[in-house]
Design a protein around this ligand. Structure first.
Ligand SMILES: Cc1cc2nc3c(=O)[nH]c(=O)nc-3n(C[C@H](O)[C@H](O)[C@H](O)COP(=O)(O)OP(=O)(O)OC[C@H]3O[C@@H](n4cnc5c(N)ncnc54)[C@H](O)[C@@H]3O)c2cc1C
Length: 482
């Protein structure tokens, strides 16, 4: 499409990870015309990198109620129950929908879905594809299904730079190169912001651009103080820095050992606990990493992890893998209701950019890919009920601001696993606006809960149960969500 050209669609989806792809596919299957804008190739999305799988209560010994209880336990008193209920009730059916588009999940010897165990889950309920290649296969399958849809236009290598608004309603998107898409509804699916921290498991594009676009259009954001640090990212191995070793490996029996070679943590406790125990061990012994011992695990079952480690010169069947926590997943984001609607008319948000309250203060492993599918579908259906828009000329594109290396280092230093007032205050003047927003939420939450650990407020304040730090204007205000 030439520069300055304009496309009209029923729906425009910004982002082509699991959430954006599935939402676009749902809308297309309902007969809508859809434009998908994607800044990076498929292989550079967090969805493609996902190793664990999708959580759904499918086992004979499992139920949505048990899945809900585990989600709430991990979320530390901050999970919005209505959002979690949607996820746990609809995830099993969504697995079936994915199979209908020829997504092949791993099966056991009887041909039934093989269900894996991960930290914080009381039952085996994680479906995988190709062992630890779940995200890659899911993203490929979704994108293959989408390109077969005749009314779908995909703008690859295009970066949304601003939202097109008229009379308080979002009516489309403008790209950096001035191409514009007008639509009845706009869906933000740009992923999270964990790459804003310099030690991260995320692809470089996870810097929260969509969250900032939505905020510029007036949408409320919330819970930005909650970024999950994955306990086991590879450190000290050139070329593999931040490479994630899936929780599924610990689910199959891998253990964590300190410098003395002894185990020191329940490896399957929720992520925030495991990450902090590792952090304390690193601090106590002044070392960079602890050891992940997967010598008892059949590494061939996790081919992409095995291959990546072997290429880096580590044989996981014989050696310890050096690991430490890294920024991994943003629980906060753009405030959304149970259908992905934001506080601005015509604007929806799904996947890791969204904050429905589902994950509370700490996401339960493998709930996010399920969220992408469940809420991606709901948002598509709801967005197509928006009225048709008539609009004038689009605005010009706005140059996008990207975080500097200094910002990313400052985020790690001052908004890392353990924070305090003086460090957070240093982020308030950071030139990257999202860094300052994270700091404002983290300063407002004067307690320690889930992934947010304040050394100056080390206890949980039960008065903040179910209270979400919401920024509509400049400063956060606590809101009770149910
Ligand atoms: C290494 C790793 C392993 C993981 N493992 C699991 C797992 O096993 N199970 C699980 O449930 N979760 C897992 N997660 C988390 C999960 O993968 C993500 O939360 C989820 O994939 C996010 O999907 P998304 O569609 O919201 O965003 P992404 O998959 O991150 O996609 C974002 C899209 O937005 C596009 N984009 C960004 N900015 C712009 C812009 N300005 N204009 C246009 N396009 C833009 C990008 O190009 C990309 O297409 C893992 C994450 C990582 C990093």
């Amino acid at each position: 499409m030439p520069r300055n050209e304009r496309i009209d669609s029923d729906l425009v989806v910004v982002g082509a990870g699991a959430a954006g792809l599935y939402s676009a596919l749902t809308a297309a299957s309902l007969g809508a015309s859809v434009t998908v804008i994607s800044a990076t190739p498929l292989a550079q999305t967090a969805s493609y990198w996902a190793q664990g799988g999708l959580a759904a209560a499918l086992g004979a010994d499992d139920s949505p109620e048990l899945h809900l209880a585990d989600t709430e336990r991990a979320g530390r008193g901050l999970v919005r129950r209505s959002a979690a209920e949607v996820l746990v009730n609809e995830a099993p059916e969504m697995i079936g929908r994915l199979q209908e588009i020829r997504m092949r999940f791993d099966a056991d010897s009887s041909g039934d879905l093989a269900l894996g165990l991960e930290g914080g889950h009381s039952r085996r309920r994680i479906v995988h594809a190709g062992g630890s290649s779940t995200g890659r296969r899911l993203a490929r399958q979704l994108s293959a299904a989408l390109v077969r849809e005749p009314k779908v236009t995909i703008l690859e290598g295009a970066r949304a730079s601003n939202l097109w608004t008229e009379d308080g309603r979002v009516v489309g998107v403008v790209c950096e190169d001035d191409r514009a898409v007008r639509a009845r509804a706009t869906v933000i699916a740009t992923g999270g912001a964990a790459a804003l921290w310099n030690r991260t498991t995320n692809p470089p594009g996870s810097i929260g651009i969509g969250i900032m676009l939505a905020r510029s259009a007036g949408a409320a954001v919330a819970d930005l103080e909650f970024v999950q640090f994955h306990p086991t990212a590879v450190v000290g191995v050139p070329g593999r820095e931040g490479f994630l070793i899936s929780e599924a490996i610990r689910g199959e029996g891998a253990t964590l050992v300190g410098p003395d070679g002894e185990r020191f943590v329940d490896e399957l406790a929720p992520r925030d606990e495991v990450a902090r125990e590792i952090w304390a061990m690193l601090d106590q012994h002044a070392v960079e990493s602890v050891g992940l011992d997967m010598t008892s695990v059949d590494a061939e079952r996790f081919p992409n992890i095995n291959d990546a480690l072997m290429q880096a010169g580590i044989d996981p069947s014989k050696e310890l893998i050096p690991v430490a926590p890294a920024a991994h997943y943003l629980m906060g984001g753009v405030v959304s209701d149970l259908n992905g609607a934001t506080t601005v008319a015509g604007l929806y948000v799904i996947g890791e950019s969204a904050c429905s309250g589902l994950h509370g203060a700490n996401r339960l492993a493998s709930n996010s890919l399920s969220e992408c599918i469940v809420f991606g579908a709901r948002a598509a259906r709801s967005a197509l009920d928006e009225p048709t828009v008539s609009s004038g000329e689009p605005p010009s594109s706005v140059p996008l601001q990207l975080p500097s290396r200094e910002t990313r280092e400052a985020m790690w230093r001052n908004a890392g696993l353990v924070r305090d007032r003086s460090g957070l205050e240093q982020l308030l003047e950071d030139p990257y606006p999202l860094a300052a927003l994270v700091a404002r939420c983290a300063l407002a939450r004067e307690e320690s809960r889930g992934a947010h650990w304040r050394s100056d407020f080390p206890s949980l304040d039960s008065g903040l149960d179910s209270m979400h730090a919401v920024i509509s204007g400049t400063d956060p205000a606590f809101e009770h969500w149910q």
